[in-house]
Design a protein around this ligand. Structure first.
Ligand code: NAP
Length: 285
């Protein structure tokens, strides 16, 4: 038996144990996936414990995704671009860091929304960790442009100043979230992506949307990274306006499926994972 786990804030729950263990059991693997609550001052000890032969690897969530980078032996090149690790593999005592959020975001966009981001224009709400992974993903996918709309303009500008040197074809711009900025950002967009926590159950902002509803057009794709509730305010506004929609659950499961492949070299049973994640989150299909 080998062990996997999610290194998480002691105060936060995680759905990863539910859907990763469901995938492990479906394939009959001798693995146990646990929750490993870890305070920031215990992170170094936790990471050194991953070098034991009984440990295959781990997931890493907020608040450790950035600070863990310096504790690992090698980092996948994508980690440097995203600036965060969410997956660790233990290979004979050497720890490698990966980021699977980019793959999760793009797979959901392509497979669940049938939307090819190449050459398309995006308006993206938010400038935190999730937004950074999404901007990198859209740059990798050769999107035409990404406008980052954020309450704190300075944070959006810092994010793009960091990423602009890596952009080959994608034009990047940052604006604040005033009504006028939203009009300009949305009117030039083929797709809107919510990377803020607005709408998330338990965030204190459930029932709120970052995007003024009247700016949503029927020809747009509206992608909300929030995965609980399944029908956020943004997605229900988008449906009412006749737009195509995509929620955050497929991305959550696909980033987990990509981690699963890194550890086991097996394709993850995503339908099993999706069903287990829905049960764990208490959301309907
Ligand atoms: P974060 O780093 O804390 O960033 C939060 C973002 O939300 C910031 O841009 C912040 O703006 C904005 N925001 C928060 N409250 C706001 C408010 N009242 N009004 C306007 N903007 C507000 O969080 P994160 O890690 O990027 O995660 C963001 C969301 O994405 C979370 O709900 C998370 O669950 C979800 N997510 C989903 C997946 C998935 O697999 N589906 C993966 C990652 C994240 P300021 O900069 O102005 O504070």
């Amino acid at each position: 038996m080998q062990y996997l786990g999610v290194i998480t804030d002691p105060e936060k729950q995680s759905t990863s144990p539910a859907f990763q263990q469901a995938a492990i059991d479906a394939l009959g693997l001798e693995l146990k996936y646990e929750r490993w609550p870890t305070a920031p001052d215990g992170l170094a000890t936790r990471i050194s414990g991953l070098r034991a032969p009984a440990v295959l690897g781990a997931n890493v969530t907020i608040p450790h995704k950035e600070s863990v980078m310096r504790l690992l032996d090698d980092l996948d090149p994508l980690v440097h671009r995203v600036g965060a690790v969410n997956t660790i593999l233990n290979r004979g005592g050497r720890l490698s860091g990966y980021n699977t959020d980019v793959e999760g975001f793009l797979r959901a966009l392509r497979e669940d929304a049938a939307f090819d981001p190449k050459g398309r224009r995006f308006a993206l709400a938010g400038a935190g960790g999730a937004a950074r992974a999404v901007v990198v993903a859209l740059m990798e996918a050769r999107a035409e442009s990404v406008t980052v709309v954020n309450r704190t303009l300075d944070r959006a500008e810092r994010l793009l100043a960091d990423l602009r040197p890596l952009a080959t074809v994608t034009a990047l711009s940052a604006v604040s979230d005033t009504a006028e900025d939203w009009v300009n950002a949305a009117s030039n967009a083929d797709a809107l992506v919510n990377c803020t926590s607005l709408g998330m159950a338990g965030s204190g902002h459930e029932g709120r949307s970052p995007v003024p509803a009247e700016l949503i057009r029927p020809d747009m794709l509206v992608y909300d990274l929030v995965y609980r509730p399944a029908d956020t305010r943004l997605l229900s506004d988008a449906k009412e306006r006749g737009a195509r929609t995509l929620g955050g659950l497929p991305m959550l499961v696909y980033q987990g499926a990509a981690s699963f492949k890194i550890w086991t070299v097996r394709d993850a049973p995503v339908d099993v994972m999706l069903a287990a994640a829905r049960v764990a989150l208490g959301v309907s299909a």
